[in-house]
Write a protein that binds this ligand. Structure first.
Ligand code: NAD
Length: 250
């Protein structure tokens, strides 16, 4: 029997794909909510009887309310919305006290693997200068992308750096020569680019480039649906998980 999911942001670019692909992932969309209604607050306990997991791909301003909704009802959460503040993240932590939460800036299998690959490259290529370039469609509202920040965090951690201290968001003017511990992050916006992330390790006389290109947003939707089925599996312990946990654990 299919498990029921509640999709927040159901009318959006991602939400529409989640609704379309859910049946193929063995899930049934019990409810889809969006800004123009119905909204989360309109749902009562009877509506939620068949909901085994909430999936949120909406906007930063909604993510904390979704987390509070899940925490109050002890519902598992798959959270794809990016641009969250520290307070939003704390609210997500409250959900994880009682239910599984899978949060990823990028639910694709390829980027999940890339996160591990860049960490390994950052360690092996210790004398190389890392730089990160990402590109997205003209409608994206946050920059750099959540995926770029996640990749940057992995590079910084592998080097023993604190990201806020080494991140250089774009460069302009007399910025001076590149510091040893520095990680340039550059955001390109335009057209219909689904999502590109390139991590460059620039050495003396040689360069290594690791790149992921999303050709279709269905890769995110399929990953998020897989995460929802995983989070809703009876007996899954509460806690905060990433897409890597979903791929590694049956
Ligand atoms: P979108 O603008 O097309 O869709 C967002 C939807 O949320 C809209 O339909 C909007 O009306 C709705 N919304 C706004 N306020 C709401 C509210 N209060 N309650 C319910 N719904 C509300 O954006 P998108 O491209 O679908 O992306 C959505 C989010 O997912 C963004 O944060 C984006 O960065 C992120 N994203 C994550 C991944 C990933 O793999 N983690 C992939 C793609 C996009």
């Amino acid at each position: 029997m299919s498990q029921g999911v509640l999709v927040v942001g159901a009318s959006g670019r991602m939400g529409q794909r989640l609704v379309a692909l859910a049946p193929g992932a063995g899930l049934e969309v019990a409810f889809g909510v969006d800004a123009d209604g119905p909204r989360l607050a309109d749902l009562d306990a009877a509506d939620l009887a068949d909901v085994a997991c909430v999936i949120d791909f909406s906007v930063q301003a909604q993510a904390r309310a979704t987390a509070a909704f899940c925490a109050a009802r002890r519902l598992p959460l798959v959270l794809g919305t990016t641009g969250l503040t520290a307070d939003d993240q704390a609210a997500v932590g409250d959900v994880a006290a009682h239910s599984p939460v899978v949060q990823a800036a990028n639910f694709s299998v390829g980027v999940t693997a890339l996160l591990d690959l860049v960490a390994e490259a950052a360690r092996l290529l210790s004398g190389f200068d890392p730089e990160l370039v990402e590109a997205h469609h003209r409608h994206k509202v946050d920059a750099p992308s959540g995926t770029a920040l996640a990749l940057a965090e992995r590079v910084a951690a592998a080097r023993g750096w604190a990201l806020p201290e080494v991140a250089r968001h774009g460069r302009h003017g007399l910025v001076g020569a590149r510091a040893g511990a520095e990680l340039g992050i550059h955001a390109v916006r335009g057209g219909s680019v689904v999502g590109e992330h390139r991590v460059l390790f620039l050495g003396d006389g040689e360069e290594v480039v690791l790149e992921h290109r999303a050709l279709d947003r269905d890769i995110f939707a399929r990953g998020a649906l897989r995460a929802a089925a995983w989070a809703a599996t009876p007996g899954r312990p509460p806690g905060r998980y990433g897409m890597g946990d979903v791929l590694r654990t049956p």
